[in-house]
Write a protein that binds this ligand. Structure first.
Ligand code: ADE
Ligand code: ZN
Length: 335
């Protein structure tokens, strides 16, 4: 099974670039920029990555992002992630970034987006890896602040395919961002949102109905509503599920308890993603390995999950077809 996972070309649709900042690079950047971090060693950092829920992670994650100052820093972080893509045979990736995490600290929007974009351009040039960028609003901040961010992003519209919503879900329902998502839609952005990670099914329903999103990030709580499950199946709305993240943030107690196989068997459009791999013990392939080690997933299931990612990607039909053909060619050697 591991050979199949390694050999399959994969797409990633749920990856926070700030969540790919490895402790080693965090230390390097803290020295380079003379920014203090509350750890003495890489081991100490790793020991701090012991989360009890989403908020306990976010507190540490935002503190880690403080070491990112220059365009080169954003380039280096993105390039390290690209090297992991290469290693894991991820050939297309749609990455999130959180502009407000940086603009709030006085870092220019331009610095952030240009560092990320240049690394992604280099990835296409050197490795043929294709990519898109999605900007997320932080939902613990106000809609007014999200509007400011949307207005700032308009100058970079060519480089940003979509808008998302992340950070603390509970207490920050989709309704809070209804107007700013309306404007983003009018501006031509694709729309996604984290929903049903910790929040109940109403967060997913409202993200679909009020925000008009095209993909649900996480969405694992959908299982608690038969009506919603049927809708997600009928409309084939993609769910970007992140197994390692769900275990590390205690959404499920362990991999055996994870509901991904049930969601898939019900007929939902499920994809596998790494979310914040530097914090959640592994990149794309490791997520698949952990699932296969603990759940009765077949080779056909793995191929389906991988194909779903390409089908749900924000790429042209022509490119989709090309990628799906590549998968079929690899898959037939294993079936
Ligand atoms: N899993 C997650 N949920 C919400 N916000 C996030 N930001 C980074 N990772 C996140
Ligand atoms: Zn996420």
């Amino acid at each position: 099974m591991k050979d199949l996972i390694k050999a399959l070309p994969k797409a990633e649709l749920h990856l926070h670039i700030e969540g790919s900042l490895e402790p080693e690079l965090m230390f390097e950047l803290s020295k380079r920029n003379n920014i203090k971090i509350p750890y003495k060693t890489v081991e100490e950092v790793k020991a701090a990555y012991n989360f009890t829920n989403l908020q306990s992670f976010l507190d540490i994650y935002y503190a880690g992002a403080n070491v990112l100052i220059t365009k080169q820093d954003f380039y280096d972080m993105t390039w390290e992630y690209i090297l992991k893509c290469k290693e894991d045979n991820v050939i297309h990736t749609e990455i999130f970034f959180d502009p407000q995490t940086h603009t709030q600290r006085g870092i220019a929007f331009e610095t952030v987006i240009s560092g990320i974009k240049e690394a992604l351009d280099e990835a296409k040039k050197q490795f043929g890896i294709t990519s898109e960028i999605i900007m997320c609003f932080l939902r613990h901040l106000s809609q007014e602040e999200a509007f400011e961010t949307l207005n700032q992003s308009l100058a970079y519209k060519n480089n940003i395919i979509g808008v998302g919503l992340d950070s603390s879900e509970l207490g920050n329902p989709p309704k809070k961002f209804e107007e700013v998502f309306k404007k983003a839609k009018n501006e031509g952005f694709k729309l996604v949102a984290h929903a049903g990670e910790e929040g109940d099914v109403s967060y997913i329903e409202d993200a679909l109905d009020l925000l008009q999103i095209q993909r649900i990030d996480h969405g694992v709580q959908a299982i608690n509503s038969e009506t919603l499950m049927k809708r997600l199946k009928d409309e084939q709305i993609p769910l970007t599920v992140c197994p390692n993240s769900n275990i590390e943030l205690k959404v499920f107690e362990n991999y055996k308890e994870h509901n991904i196989k049930e969601l898939l068997d019900f007929g939902l459009n499920i994809t596998v993603n790494s979310d914040d791999p530097a914090y959640f013990k592994g990149y794309m392939n490791q997520n698949f390995y952990n699932l296969c080690d603990n759940l009765p997933l077949s080779k056909e299931d793995i191929i389906k999950l991988v194909k779903n990612s390409f089908k749900s990607a924000f790429i042209s039909d022509k490119l989709k077809e090309e990628y799906l053909k590549q998968i079929d060619e690899v898959a037939k050697e294993f079936l």
